[in-house]
Design a protein around this ligand. Sequence first.
Ligand code: 6GU
Length: 246
Amino acid sequence: MRIDIVTLFPEMFEGFLTGSLLGDAREAGILDVRPRNLRDFATGRHRQVDDRPFGGGPGMLLMPGPVVACVEAVQSDPSAAAPGRVILLTPGGRPLDQALVEELAAEPRLVLVCGRYEGFDARIRETLGAEEISIGDYVLSGGEPAAMVVIDAVARLVPGVLGDERSARDDSFSGAERLVEGPQYTRPREFRGLEVPEVLTSGDHRRIARWRREQAAEATRRRGSDAEPRGATSQPDTRQTERSMP
Ligand code: 6GU
């Protein structure tokens, strides 16, 4: 899988991409992740990439010229087979969930564009046929941490990236049931007076499987069923229904 990242801060990705999971996958040739510096596509004496919004308002917007030029340069790289699915990371985008992560993991190539300032000129999305993704209802100062979240979640579903394929399949939120995982324990058997539940050390695999299913169902109920936000079923919903994010 190939992932290109368009960003004003390529150095933010250095530690992330050389860390254990992604570093190993890149070395093994399973994942090819390439940050590209948007500033290289700025024009003019001041290497400008952002400007004030027409009509007034706070902050600065990424200009269409440099972003479109950078994405088009990245897409025309003959070493990549597909042009890639172009994704703008912005708080007003489609919320990321595991179903979307699974969809993205099936793509041969992604181009992730990190926003800065107040966002993107609207013609960027139009020109590139891009989609927009958000990682949650809060505002980050830039799309870079969101791109890392997307890459982490997607990469671990790419075959060969995780050592043990079963661990991705058994995760919370994967598969049809969307159960939250129940509690798990490792050594020691007793920690500060807290014992590992007897069933887990019993060696009775049917009992263990049943206990785990019950615990997962209970954890799912406590969280607010079906992977809804915490408390969504136990309290009247007073959150705003309109997305009021920038
Ligand atoms: Cl993708 N970008 C920014 N700037 N803030 C966010 C976000 C993205 N997702 C949630 N908040």
